[in-house]
Write a protein that binds this ligand. Structure first.
Ligand code: BG6
Length: 490
């Protein structure tokens, strides 16, 4: 799977994402031999840069973050196709220059007119950039060449704005030319949810409400907002990751088997289950939002959210969000799914944990130390799968305790996992859509989340406080305790 000749145009090249993820990913693809010699990379930004300045930025980003070793000959080849166009998004001349630059690259590199436009820019600029691309004739495609657009989340801030955004995009690009990035879908461990479920016989019989008591999907981060107040404040944890990453994890965990893994079939199964997810029926009891206050993390004192640079002193933006959702279908009726995410937790960990019901009868006198069985899909950072079950403690008594059986990527596979962005950028260039959410999925996710966000917005109380470095507010513990469960502390 090597991409054909093409030009990748990146908007937002002065941003964090470009430097930390996108540029290194492009280099790693080239280094792995997955980009063709006829590849061009164009940066577009306001900075007063020449091609060489932009090339240096790419070079530094690669030196700092690439996963594969630096090889001069790979860099030299990439460098030949690197160009920079300076301009504002509303500047017609700049887009004219962009069109010319691309045309020149097409000729030099023999790209056949194939172009991908990566919009790593604030959502408020999507409309301007897309209409500029259209106005300057860069959105057309036919059987001989393609033109694709890549959009980074957030896809709107609620259902209505997501629909508006989709309208803008579809005014210029056909549905199969639009690639929405949810980088979780590019992670190996996330794709493995499908392999785990549908390549095996042992898990399917228990993957339902006859055996599973509840599911906990956790995405905990130890970092704060890491200088991203401009983006994060006003957005918050639920819009930032529950709307996309966590609901995608839930959909992959709960969906039925697709007839194939092509984009259409996969989307059909995901939308079916997303449409069956019910927003909490008691918002007060089944949701919780929090905001970190100063605390200790990794032995150091860290400041609270309201003290972070760029955050309004009275901000009510949540940095912790938990919701209890249910799925109205035969497989999952009665099984609560708890989704939680937060900044400034004790450690960085993402996992999907299916907790099983207790055995209907336990013929033992002492079961105090015995928990319930669990299947834990460890998404990151310690990638793998854990099965938890009870075992006899060696000794003269029938004493029981929980033990675990672990699969770790590191010990079973020698191949290193490619970075999510590498996989996704390659798929864009190949025109391979299964790992990109479709607009229907985006809409359904907002339908689930909008009522929660409205409830929080209308509520008179601020988010619950939790100290940085803790597992979240006590109100969230109470929320899950109402159902008789406790949060995992992975
Ligand atoms: C992004 C969010 O989508 O995912 C960030 O906007 C978050 O707030 C990041 O930090 C986490 O990604 P990962 O891959 O490190 O889990």
């Amino acid at each position: 799977r090597v991409a054909g000749p093409c030009v990748l145009v990146m908007f937002g090249v002065t941003g964090d994402l470009s430097r930390k993820k996108l540029m290194p990913a492009v280099y790693d693809l080239a280094n792995r031999g997955l980009l063709p010699p006829g590849f061009g990379l164009v940066g577009f930004a306001r900075r007063d840069w020449e091609d060489e300045d932009f090339a240096k930025v790419v070079h530094d980003a690669v030196a700092e973050r690439a996963r594969t070793p630096f090889r001069e000959e790979v860099w030299e080849q990439l460098l030949e196709g690197i160009r920079f166009v300076r301009g504002e998004f509303d500047d017609n001349d700049a887009f004219e220059r962009l069109a010319n630059t691309i045309r020149e690259l097409d000729e030099e590199r023999g790209t056949g007119g194939n172009h991908a436009f990566y919009l790593s820019i604030p959502p408020r600029s999507f409309e301007t950039v897309i209409s500029q691309l259209k106005r300057h004739g860069m959105t057309g495609h036919d059987s001989s060449h393609w033109s694709r657009v890549v959009i980074e989340k957030p896809f709107g801030h609620d259902l209505e704005s997501a629909r508006d955004l989709d309208e803008i995009i579809s005014s210029a690009f056909s549905p199969e030319s639009v690639f929405r990035i949810d980088h979780y879908l590019g992670k190996e461990t996330v794709q493995n949810i499908m392999a785990f479920r549908f390549a095996n016989q042992i898990f399917e019989p228990i993957w339902n409400n006859h055996y599973v008591s509840h599911v906990q999907i956790t995405m905990a981060e130890d970092i704060g907002i890491a200088g991203r107040a401009g983006y994060y404040d006003g957005i918050g944890a639920a819009r930032d990751v529950i709307q996309n990453h966590l609901l995608q994890l839930m959909a992959l965990t709960a969906m039925e088997e697709p007839t194939s893994f092509d984009a259409k079939q996969l989307c059909a199964e995901k939308t079916k289950v997303l449409a069956a997810i019910q927003p909490p029926d008691d918002m007060f009891a089944q949701t919780c939002r929090g905001q970190y206050v100063a605390g200790r993390q990794g032995g150091e004192r860290v400041r609270g959210y309201l003290e972070e640079d760029g955050v309004g002193p009275r901000s009510r933006t949540e940095t912790y969000a938990a919701v209890r959702l249910t799925i109205d279908n035969r497989r999952w009726a009665g099984v609560p799914f708890y989704l939680r995410t937060a900044k400034r937790m004790p450690r960085r960990v993402t996992e999907v944990a299916l907790n099983l019901q207790r055995a209907p009868h336990l013929p033992f006198s002492d079961t105090a130390a015995l928990g319930t069985n669990a299947v834990v899909l460890r998404i990151q950072p310690d990638e793998g799968v854990t099965l938890r079950f009870g075992a006899k403690v060696p000794g003269t008594q029938m004493e029981l305790r929980d033990v675990t059986m672990d699969f770790a990527y590191g010990s079973s596979f020698t191949e290193a996992s490619p970075e999510a962005y590498e996989r996704l950028i390659l798929d864009v260039l190949l025109g391979d859509p299964p790992l990109f959410p479709q607009h229907e999925e985006v809409e359904l996710a907002w339908k689930i989340l909008d009522p929660v966000l409205d409830f929080w917005a209308e509520s008179n109380t601020p988010p619950c406080e939790y100290p940085a470095g803790s597992w979240g507010p006590s109100e969230a513990d109470e929320m899950i305790a109402r159902d008789g469960f406790i949060w995992r502390r992975p």
